[in-house]
Design a protein around this ligand. Sequence first.
Ligand code: AMP
Ligand code: MG
Length: 517
Amino acid sequence: MLNFDTRSARDRRGEPLQSPLPRQVFGAFWSPVEPMPVAAPRLLAHSREVAAALDLDDAAMADPELLAALAGNRLLPGMVGYASCYGGHQFGQWAGQLGDGRAILLGEAVNRRGERHELQLKGAGPTPYARRADGRAVLRSSIREFLCSEAMHHLGVPTTRALSLVGTGETVIRDMFYDGHPVAEPGAVVCRVAPSFIRFGHFELPAARNDLDLLRRLVAFTIDRDFPGFAGDPPAKLVAWFTEICERTARLIAHWLRVGFVHGVMNTDNMSIIGLTIDYGPYGWVDNFDPGWTPNTTDASSRRYCFARQPAIARWNLERLADALAPLLPQPGDLAAGLDRYDETYAAEFCTAYAAKLGLRQWRHDDGELLEDLFALMHRAEIDMSTFFRALALLDPGQPQPQLLDDAFYRADLRQRHAGQLERWLQRYAARLQRDDWPRQLRIAAMNAVNPRFVLRNYLAQQAIDRAEQGDVQMIDDLLEVLRRPYDEQPGRDAFSAKRPDWARHRAGCSMLSCSS
Ligand code: AMP
Ligand code: MG
């Protein structure tokens, strides 16, 4: 069974008051709060890898006691129950206190190997940070979080994980399109798992309130628990630690750009201090390549968080984190080196990732132009990103055949219109491949290791949701199974890699998503 260490609760300053009433919380990182029980919990899906990491075998996962805990109906021995206090910049504006409005930490589980994982229930009822909201989550968004966090992990992208998806047997009222038509939807609770759920916003809030004592304590706690290699005297340690955060964030964003993931709400409260993808809301996967695409309906007009702006936004968010940490340093400018490191790391990681995607042994200076031209063509011709890169591996550099890429086009008219351009680009690309003199099988293997055949396409997640809302949860497990091996061919599973069908082009959930969850 789960074994908990209560260090987090002890070392981070918590407030003594136990009440779920909404309020501003000062001088504390967290507030004690109990999950609110639900009527009829049912385990709809779980991740066997996360269960194994927590030493939970099949018998443990079938235990009604554990189900009750994962639904928020009881705390197991050692679990504590607390919501943490953070602020954040939302869509570029300082938003003040936000906090875990519907996420309740259960504590740090320590497995037999001594590894630590924080467990957190999302949707388990209101906390002091719920403001006027209900603290609940709907089944559709919970399925999306559960599946995507596991899919990202198997793609090799740093992410929070999901242990379980529990249906509550209760409904939640949501106005999905914010158009005055609220409906009752099935509710769910996801148990998220990560070494740390600390966000940029945790540091921004005490800094904004000028509570430097609290800020210092949080920095000390975070470095001590989550960055054990960064011991040393305070100013130098802080600078090195911030630089590490910049590097991790750069690597994370390069992964997103590699696999075609758009987070959708890169507010500073949704940025993990340890460089994980966190808070799966109105995220989406790029189908037809479009640098300006955002899945988030709230962001449709400004496109602040669109696919191609993610690297710049991550840097902006790191600047806000630097602002928050600066008062702890004698020379605030010291953090600028970390931001430079972000730029360098991002550029290097992006080039490495795209060299591999294109099957180039090494990125050369003039490859940027080849890639830019490809991006422009993919955008204009509405080419499916995942299908294209996967098919590109099959190309014979001695005799490039454009037909290999036919399936990557959404529209026959655009394919015809851009046929000449594609052919010319392929000629240049083939010539570039020949300069590398890399055995074909090695190149194909290298490309297939970074170009996923299976990603959680928006319409696939929506199909699993539609069925689950009708009571059939099989497709959640089917998707989870396929997404475990995203780079393998998996013959017979074509239905899970097919590009977006026409019916899904403008359907809610398949192309655009609202924040309502
Ligand atoms: P998000 O946009 O999901 O990152 O959420 C922004 C803030 O709103 C966070 O403080 C969340 O905890 C809070 N929040 C979102 N949905 C709910 C909800 N249903 N109940 C309570 N708080 C919520
Ligand atoms: Mg959030």
